[in-house]
Design a protein around this ligand. Structure first.
Ligand SMILES: C[S@@+](CC[C@H](N)C(=O)[O-])C[C@H]1O[C@@H](n2cnc3c(N)ncnc32)[C@H](O)[C@@H]1O
Length: 393
């Protein structure tokens, strides 16, 4: 039986079997670049996270368990504050509950029911005169923050929460949550829910902006002339790499929805003379002609069979001397304090996109299925961001 990916179910089963049980091709893991004290402090944080996090949770088990049972209320508090733009409104100074209620057109007594827990949890600060102010945590949720958390919160609120009651059924069926509930991929679903495409692009773009400099520093892009960033979104990564490498030209290859934002990013970063956006579908084809291809934080959105299809299309576009850089975290490499975040993130991928986080060995086996060889792993200064250099077989 042929599928939407153009593969028979037998071919898909072979891919799944090889990724699960096949032998692992050899690859090299480089030492991270950077100052010795940064590496030493990162090792210390890793050691501390491994040794102490689980102990602290064990010592406080009843309290931790209670808080876990209350997480829907905590999320609801944060999501409502984001929806009412209360973090943004407090940017210009503290406000009383009456003033906030007026601004957001809410009942003051009911609004207090979210302001109080927010203050108790240090999501907001409550001043001695009773007014509310931005706390250090609250600042992260402002829409102009460098952090992507406000956009993620709104995206979760609009896309995922309504599907959560179906999670047990989706787990029984082995289906992604969004697909199980709506019968659609998350991209198709986002096209139906107004505003979610923009929220997704903002969230991905901000996250990327936090890590791109470490990517640009960790790999030598100086020998390349043309880079194609497959699924490059709003162009944040491409812009940072082009800025650091004046000889380089680049293309973002992505869905049409990202075109305007990528164009604006190229202008803002002063690289519009060397960068462009090409609309297309990486399940159908990838443009030829680059000596370097990158694909960052895209493969974790897809199951193994889809990833083999995407990588095979990139491989088909590559000349024999071209390189592909897969830029992602891996579940088994030096995660330190990110380990718990990565695990929760993995569930979020299962819920929304049907994707998953992978080990380095899984990446090596998947690359092999697509006619590529994972040659070298370059760690970056950002924990959870690795550069996996692949070459054509
Ligand atoms: C998680 S985002 C990553 C964006 C960017 N690489 C980054 O790290 O900021 C996944 C990207 O894949 C793109 N994408 C999804 N399906 C696609 C398809 N079939 N063809 C091309 N791009 C696609 C999305 O539009 C989105 O920009």
């Amino acid at each position: 039986m042929a599928t939407s990916l153009g593969m028979s179910t037998n071919e898909q089963a072979t891919i799944n079997r090889s990724v699960r049980n096949g032998t692992v091709p050899k690859y090299e893991i480089r030492k991270p670049r950077g100052s010795w004290w940064r590496q030493a402090s990162s090792r210390f944080v890793n050691w501390f996270a491994h040794r102490w996090y689980h102990r602290i949770v064990r010592w406080t088990a009843p309290l931790t368990a209670f808080w876990l049972s209350q997480t829907p209320m905590i999320f609801a508090t944060v999501a409502t504050l984001v929806r009412f733009r209360i973090f943004d409104r407090l940017r210009t100074g503290p406000l009383s509950s009456a003033e906030l209620a007026l601004l957001v057109d809410a009942d003051e007594q009911a609004l207090l029911r979210i302001l109080r827990p927010a203050a108790a949890l240090a999501i907001l600060d409550r001043l001695p005169d009773g007014r509310y102010a931005l706390s250090a945590v609250g600042e992260q949720f402002c829409s102009d923050s460098a952090q992507p958390v406000a956009a993620w919160t709104e995206l979760m609120d609009r896309m995922v929460l309504e599907t959560l009651p179906q999670l047990p059924e989706a787990i029984r069926a082995g289906d992604s949550l969004v697909h199980h509930v709506h019968g659609k991929t998350c991209w198709e679903r986002m096209a139906e829910v107004p505003g979610t495409n923009e929220l997704h692009d903002i969230a991905c773009g901000r996250w990327t902006e936090l890590v791109v400099d470490s990517v640009a520093q960790a790999y030598d892009f100086s020998q390349a002339a043309l880079l194609i960033d497959v699924g490059g979104g709003r162009g944040s990564q491409l812009s940072a790499i082009l800025k650091a490498n004046p000889q380089l030209h680049g293309t973002v290859y992505d869905r049409d929805e990202t075109k305007a934002a990528a164009g604006a990013m190229f202008l803002k970063q002063g690289v519009s003379g060397r960068a462009c956006h090409v609309t297309g579908n990486f399940f159908e084809a990838v443009p030829k002609g680059a000596d370097l291809y990158t694909i960052k934080h895209v493969l974790h959105d897809w199951d193994d069979v889809s990833v083999v299809r995407i990588l095979s299309n990139i491989r088909a576009a590559m000349s024999h001397s071209a390189r592909l850089l897969i830029i992602e975290g891996s579940v088994d490499h030096n995660l330190g304090p990110m380990e718990s975040i990565r695990a929760v993130w993995d569930l979020s991928q299962f819920a929304t996109t049907w994707g998953k986080s992978r080990t380095l060995d899984e990446f090596a086996k998947i690359a092999q299925q697509a006619g590529l060889r994972l040659k070298t792993v370059f760690p970056t200064q950002t924990i959870d961001t690795l550069i996996l250099e692949c070459v054509p077989v």
